[in-house]
Design a protein around this ligand. Structure first.
Ligand code: NI
Length: 160
């Protein structure tokens, strides 16, 4: 092997190492919790039709859930901090954007997006994702998992 082949080989290995480091993607997760009341309801339908489609979930006097939330942020590790995102910032963001707005609230009545949007777990996860997305670096991926019951949960990771 001549010098140039050795040199180029080393450069190639160096490039591969740099590429590998820069494309490493790590996901961090933060759990949160809130209690809220809701009623599943389509205003275009009669009470009978709502009862037929949503059953007990359409009780006009509302009912509550203990929602469990998992917020997941993916991206490269910042070489200066060793973090994908500062978990303290993520914790504070979840508190101001989700817990303060949703906890112990009647979603249909007190949380504006649900004045006109049926507060299913699907729609709640999208609303939470949109609230958080605008505060998280666009270079980082965001995914939200929302448990309405221990067995029923949904995930939203952005529009497709
Ligand atoms: Ni419900």
């Amino acid at each position: 092997m001549c010098f140039w082949e050795m040199y180029c080989g080393q450069q190639l290995i160096k490039k591969l190492i740099i590429k590998r480091e820069s494309t490493m993607k790590v996901t961090v997760h933060r759990k949160a919790h809130f209690n809220a009341a809701h009623r599943l309801f389509n205003s275009a339908w009669s009470d009978a039709k709502n009862a037929e489609v949503f059953g007990k979930c359409s009780n006009p006097n509302f009912h509550g859930h203990n929602y469990e939330l998992i917020v997941s942020v993916s991206g490269p590790i910042n070489p200066q901090t060793g973090y994908v995102i500062d978990m303290k910032l993520l914790k504070d963001l979840i508190k101001t954007e989700v817990e303060d707005k949703f906890d112990h609230k009647n979603l249909n009545v007190e949380v504006p997006p649900f004045h006109s949007l049926n507060p299913t777990a699907e729609n709640i996860s999208v609303v939470i994702w949109k609230q958080l997305r605008q505060h998280i670096d666009s270079k980082l991926d965001l995914s939200v998992t929302l448990y309405e019951t221990p067995r029923n949960f949904v995930t939203f990771a952005g529009e497709f």
